[in-house]
Ligand binder design. Structure first.
Ligand code: NDP
Length: 450
């Protein structure tokens, strides 16, 4: 279809050197072909040309002092991508690899993910090329304060509500919130992922990981199966990975791996969750230390990965939960997983699988839940935090978890029904992209040319 091809070509010319953003847009636009064939009015309203262009992109300097009194400078970003369904909503990523292309890919994905939740939230994303690793608490605080000094002009509880992502957890949200309050004199729900004593929601910390497991549960139930007794590969060792592992145990599954940027842990007896939390949430240490308490566990450093793939995906298992970062699962990993018997993949991370890997998983017909559907539990619970903030209420963990389970079941149902409507029965990638897009596009048409 020339319409899709031309849009992608123009995008590459007008926004050069943003490969992750092209990857995300290409996947979405390719999936939309059958929709455009049946409903040409999306073309007439110029929806595609408009939806790939952020409503607003903010780039700013973040200057701060390190503990030695030296001036440091980072690049800060906030991309306010699409507000057709509600205020911009999406996390902040602090990682040295962050570029404007990274934030655009994440913001673009966020539009459709947020639409799938059925909640009134638009898509946005932000971050900085700042590396929190090895920094003192005071350095993190000074960086967050400087970052918020610029960002506060652009956000607000009905305007744009950031949250955490890689490198931004409870500590960073606390420093960011403190600075927002100081600058505006307003105590309001402008960030989510806040501490429980100052506006946070029970269940938010756990939501993305729990949601990815609920999504897997829904995919398996549709095939007459469940997670009980399944050996599971989990990558990452951060917020999403830890609570994926926790929920897998609760549902009787057997998570046997985790990873960080240094290497992979394979613990055939099952990951020791308390020890993992101690290492990562309390001590912020490397996984290299994990075997000291678990002698049967093996640590494989990144540099020892064979054949260019990632060691974690070579380990025999029944299900996989990529929860670290984008493009961490490539074609040879997908081949190894399929050969080893993995029959379910639920993505906790954003775009963790390359296009080639996704094609292999889809062709094999296994249960495959793409990130924008499977990890939407995090942003959905962020919206529940916003709802509690605006009504000055605090819901119980059971209330939040019940809503999360319902939202994940609804997302799965929408993806499966939409895939079936377009004749692609098990293809939840197509289902997620069309279902999410349709809601946003229809709202954009209703709201006129903006
Ligand atoms: P964290 O910062 O808490 O954890 C990230 C984990 O992934 C860390 O263990 C980190 O290792 C590892 N990691 C990061 N980059 C790499 C890399 N290049 N290679 C190998 N390992 C890596 O982030 P989150 O758990 O919050 O986020 C993980 C993923 O989930 C991201 O894709 C994020 O966008 C997505 N996501 C997060 C949501 C949330 O609510 N937090 C919501 C929806 C999606 P190390 O400790 O060594 O840095």
């Amino acid at each position: 279809m020339p319409y899709v091809h031309d849009t992608l070509t123009r995008l590459k010319q007008s926004s050069p050197a943003q490969s992750e953003f092209y990857q995300a847009t290409e996947e979405v636009l390719e999936c939309l072909r059958p929709l455009f064939e049946q409903y040409p009015h999306y073309h007439e309203h110029g929806i595609i040309e408009r939806i790939v262009e952020p409503e607003r992109q903010i780039m700013f300097r973040v200057s701060w002092l390190d503990d030695a009194g030296r001036v440091c400078v980072n690049k800060g970003y906030r991309v306010q991508f699409n507000s057709a369904l509600g205020p911009y909503k999406g996390g902040l990523r602090f990682h040295p690899s962050v570029t404007s292309g990274t934030i655009k890919f994440l913001g673009f994905e966020q539009i459709f993910k947020n639409a799938l939740t059925g909640l009134p939230i638009g898509g946005g994303k932000g971050g900085a090329d700042f590396d929190p690793k090895g920094k003192s608490d005071n350095e993190i605080m000074r960086f967050c304060q400087s970052y918020m000094t610029e960002l506060h002009r652009h956000i607000g509880p009905t305007r744009d509500v950031p949250a955490g992502d890689i490198g931004v957890g409870a500590r960073e949200i606390g420093y960011l919130y403190g600075q927002y309050k100081r600058l505006t004199s307003r105590y309001e729900g402008v960030l989510t992922g806040k501490g429980l004593d100052w506006g946070g929601s029970l269940g938010r910390k756990e939501a993305t990981g729990y949601g990815a497991v609920y999504f897997a549960q829904n995919m398996l139930a549709a095939r007459g199966d469940d997670l009980h007794g399944k050996r599971c590969l989990v990558s990452g060792a951060g917020n999403v990975a830890i609570y994926t592992i926790e929920k897998l145990y609760e549902l009787g599954a057997h998570p046997i791996t985790c990873s960080d940027s240094g290497g992979t842990i394979h613990d055939p007896d099952g990951i020791d969750l308390a020890w993992l939390k101690q290492l990562k949430e309390v001590r912020r240490a490397s996984l290299e230390e994990y075997p000291s308490e678990r002698p049967k566990a093996r640590y494989v450093p990144v540099c020892d990965y064979p054949h260019g793939g990632h060691h974690i995906w070579q380990i025999p298992a029944d299900a996989a939960f990529p929860c670290a970062t984008q493009n961490e699962l490539i074609d040879i990993d997908a081949k190894a997983m399929l050969a080893n018997g993995v029959a379910c993949v639920s993505e906790g991370a954003n775009m963790p699988s390359t296009k080639e890997a996704v094609d292999l998983l889809l062709d094999a017909g296994i249960a495959y839940g793409p990130g924008k559907a499977a990890n939407a539990g995090g942003v959905a619970t962020s919206q529940l935090e916003m709802a509690q903030n605006s009504s000055m209420e605090q819901w119980t963990l059971e209330q939040v978890d019940q809503k999360l389970q319902q939202i994940m079941a609804d997302i799965h149902r929408q993806c499966a029904e939409t895939a079936a409507e377009f004749g692609a029965q098990t293809n939840l990638v197509l289902g997620a992209n069309i279902a999410g897009f349709r809601k946003v596009a229809d709202a954009m048409i209703d709201q006129g040319l903006t």
